[in-house]
Design a protein. Sequence first.
Length: 136
Amino acid sequence: MKKVIRLAACLALLGTTVVGCQKEDYGDTHLATEENASVYVVSYSIDGVNHSVTLVGDAAWTDFLNWMFALSEEGHNVSFRLNTNSQVISAKEEITYTTSDHDDAYSWADQKAKEGYTVFVSFDDKTGIYTCLAVR
C-alpha cells in the first residue's frame, strides 16, 4: 500500500512539473496591446541639425514634446513635424502664437503638429514669452 501511495504522489508531482515547463502563449495579448498604441514618426531640428525618430504611444509623444520645450527654454532653436502619409496641398500658411503660459504654448504646439503643421518653438527668458510658429 505504501508503494502505491508513493507511486501516486510521484506521478502527481511529475505531472505538475511537466505542465509547469510548457511555454505559455502570450501572442494574442501582445498583439492587442500593439494595435492600440499610437505611432508617431517625427522629424525634428535642434539648432538647425535635423533628426527623425519613431515614437510608440502617447506617453512617448508627451515626453518628446516636454523635451522640445525644455530645449527651447534652454535657448535652443527647435522645430518638429509629424510625418503622415497624407499629403495636404495648400498655399503656404503661417500661424504665430505667443503666450507666457507654458501649458497654453504646449497645447497649441501639440494641436498644430497633429494638424500637419511644422511647429517652431522659441522662448525668451527675459520676458518669459513663448513664440510658436506653425507652417504648412
